[in-house]
Design a protein around this ligand. Structure first.
Ligand code: CU
Length: 176
């Protein structure tokens, strides 16, 4: 009888160990180690919407890119417009107020020539780690452009598992 009880205890311990291996971590727990990078195509002045002051055809916060917190975000920026444009990650309140800050919300989160803008057809890639959950803006740093509506939203989510964009047709995100 003593031997039988001992066997049950061992079997219980084995089952608990197997369950810990098979079950996914609880939400909010540590994310399994892996390469987590999302590439976001961002085209300034792609359409005449918002007087051309748009990214991928959306201005005034009309496009929302959501990425899981901790992911690396690579922005492939291109200016399709005859007007110079740039892009940066900034607090959403600053973008809504039409006053983007001098430095981005995340290190590396801005294209070069932030306030002078890039000429038509010029591309610039910049990348940053979406380290802190919250709602941010993707905004043009050329004076007057944010006020004209040239900003969209970047949500850094503590609960999302994969990057998404809304509307879904606004950009083709690539995750790896
Ligand atoms: Cu601009």
């Amino acid at each position: 009888m003593q031997r039988q009880v001992g066997l049950w205890i061992v079997r219980g311990a084995v089952c608990a160990a197997v369950a810990a291996l098979v079950l996914p971590p609880l939400s909010g727990g540590p994310v399994a180690a892996a390469s987590h990078t999302v590439t976001v195509p961002l085209v300034a002045g792609q359409t005449p919407a918002d007087g051309g002051f748009n990214f991928n055809g959306y201005g005034h916060g009309g496009m929302t890119v959501e990425v899981p917190a901790g992911w690396k975000v690579v922005v492939q920026f291109r200016n399709a417009s005859a007007l110079p444009h740039s892009a940066m990650i900034a607090p959403v309140a600053a973008a809504q107020a039409g006053v983007p800050p001098a430095t981005p919300a995340f290190a590396g989160g801005a294209a070069r020539d932030l306030t002078t803008g890039l000429a038509q057809g010029v591309t610039a890639t910049f990348s940053f780690t979406a380290a802190k959950p919250g709602t941010y803006a993707i905004v043009c740093g050329v004076p007057g452009h944010a006020a004209a509506g040239m900003w969209d939203k970047l949500v850094v989510s503590a609960s999302a598992r994969t990057p998404t964009v809304a509307p879904a047709t606004a950009a083709h995100l690539r995750s790896e």
